[in-house]
Design a protein around this ligand. Structure first.
Ligand SMILES: [Zn+2]
Length: 93
């Protein structure tokens, strides 16, 4: 019984070393607008802007989309303009 318990603890330790989500290898997200030179942000194009909002219509933070600070500012302006002309919703549900 005690052997089994000890074994289980060791297994857990190995599991933590390899797969602990807190120390998961971070994949470097690259800004979509920086990587694609031909990408022109258009506030009249809802399909394009939908990538940067969630299902409730909120603008996604930079940590989720991986956009750089400069382009995140452009995106927020574009999304707000799109909402104003009723291309995108202010809120859903
Ligand atoms: Zn960028």
């Amino acid at each position: 019984m005690s052997d089994k318990k000890q074994n289980k603890r060791n297994n857990n330790k190995n599991y933590d070393d390899d797969y602990n989500p807190r120390f998961r290898k971070q994949r470097k997200k690259v800004c979509v607008l920086c990587s694609d030179k031909n990408f022109v942000l258009d506030y009249k194009n809802p399909e394009q802007l939908k990538k940067f909002i969630n299902e409730r219509g909120k603008i996604l933070p930079r940590r989720n989309t991986g956009t750089c600070a400069k382009h995140q500012r452009d995106i927020t302006i574009a999304v707000k303009r799109a909402r104003h002309i009723a291309v995108l919703p202010y809120a859903q549900d």
